[in-house]
Write a protein of this length. Structure first.
Lengths: 166, 251
């Protein structure tokens, strides 16, 4: 196996050359190449981060505008509801006051009518005794030929008061 | 060069020879070293031409350069933590050097310098020296506590300490032999089956058809070797990261 032929000076010489070549490669990569790659990657990462930040900013602005619109919407709706409720309450109040006025007038008319009815009844009731006395006197006179006015009057008064009238 | 005569010569592909005429001969600059230079040039070319555009949306070559950068960067930070960023350039150089060396070796007429134990051991020795120096610089004398885990009963020390020392010292050996053996085995197999193709093709009328069999195997082997080339570079890099983790954190 040629690799294990360490008597051959070339076998170890290639390892020495390896150290030289590897060292130069390491130096060039470390000093020039890798920082360049790193800077490009950093630049891209920075750019992406900035873009993401901008997008996030736009999103929060849009969210704020959305929230504002919703709030305005809610406010308008509440105002409209209040206006409707107000109008309904006013209409209700007006209707109620009109109904009350009507009720009051009707009650007044009823009262007046009832008063008139009571007055007519009282008048009729007060006339009843006179009519009853007259009728009784006429009846008694026809039957007996005479009539004791005081007795008739008392009898009629007794009967009437027994019936709860007069 | 494959089947001169009727013998299988699978090992001559590993033989070294000087290049660059008398200059190369005087300093023992072999074709192995020439391929190292080519590999270094390819790595630098990839990063130089890949990153030249500095594009925000990378093209193909830039993607390749950035992917290899981030692949090793993630490996280093995941294995070692934030302290590992210092060692990233070393691990990156190591990974790319081994990967490109393995890959370049798969091309016809190319030489695979990772199939030389002297080369892989030199790489592993670099790693070993690095992890030992890092551990000594970061932890001083406490580094020697690494060979005796805390909390172990003291009477076990005569057993544990030698075992730990041997396992520590065997790191560069296992690291170098793993890569060396994988590359040698793969290339020997390729050469053996390639020789079969030539030998069978010479067997009269049926020969060319028979030789399709080892050809098929070789096609599959090349694909397999690409996988091995990447995997061994990855293993080399990740073991380096794990050793560096031990050096930085002492368990």
């Amino acid at each position: 196996m040629p690799q294990l032929d360490f008597a051959n000076p070339m076998v170890l010489a290639q390892a020495v050359w390896l150290l030289v070549i590897f060292g130069v490669l390491y130096y060039v990569l470390n000093t020039y190449m890798l920082p360049q790659v790193a800077s490009v990657l950093e630049e891209r990462a920075g750019r992406i981060a900035a873009d993401l930040d901008a997008a996030r900013g736009s999103k929060s602005a849009a969210d704020a505008a959305m929230a504002e619109m919703q709030a305005a919407n809610l406010k308008a709706r509440a105002e409209a509801q209040a206006a409707i409720a107000d109008a309904v309450a006013q209409a209700n109040a007006a209707a109620q006051s009109r109904a009350e006025a009507l009720n009051a007038r009707l009650a007044e008319q009823i009262n007046a009518a009832e008063g008139r009815i009571a007055a007519s009844r009282d008048a009729a009731m007060s006339a009843l005794r006179g009519v009853a006395v007259d009728t009784t006197t006429a009846l008694v006179t026809r039957l007996t030929g005479r009539a004791d006015a005081a007795a008739v009057d008392g009898a009629v008064g007794r009967v009437l008061s027994a019936r709860g009238i007069g | 060069m494959a089947a001169e005569g009727k013998s299988i010569d699978a090992l001559s592909q590993f033989e070294l020879g000087t290049v660059l005429g008398p200059f190369g001969a005087s300093v023992n600059f072999t074709q192995s070293n020439l391929h190292m230079v080519i590999v270094a040039g390819l790595i630098l070319a990839l990063l130089h031409y890949g990153m030249r555009a500095r594009a925000l949306v990378p093209g193909r070559l830039q993607s390749l350069a950035e992917t290899s950068y981030e692949f090793i960067h993630n490996m280093v930070t995941e294995q070692i933590g934030d302290a590992g960023k210092r060692y990233f350039p070393f691990v990156f150089t190591l990974f790319m050097f081994v990967l490109f060396g393995n890959m370049l070796g798969l091309f016809p007429y190319a030489f695979t310098f990772t199939s030389h134990i002297a080369v892989t051991f030199a790489l592993a020795a670099m790693v070993f020296v690095l992890i030992t120096v890092v551990a000594l610089m970061l932890h001083g004398k406490k580094f020697f506590g690494y060979f005796f885990p805390e909390g172990a009963p003291l009477w076990l020390a005569p057993i544990i300490v030698p075992v730990e020392i041997i396992s520590y010292l065997s790191r560069p050996i296992s690291l170098s032999i793993r890569l060396f053996a994988n590359m040698v085995a793969g290339h020997v197999m390729l050469k053996v089956f390639a020789t079969f193709i030539v030998m069978l093709a010479g067997l009269g009328v049926a020969g060319p058809f028979l030789s399709l069999l080892p050809l098929t195997i070789n096609v599959a082997l090349v694909g397999f070797e690409v996988l091995v080339a990447f995997l061994q570079a990855y293993v080399f890099a990740i073991l380096t990261c794990i050793y560096l983790h031990d050096a930085v954190h002492l368990h």
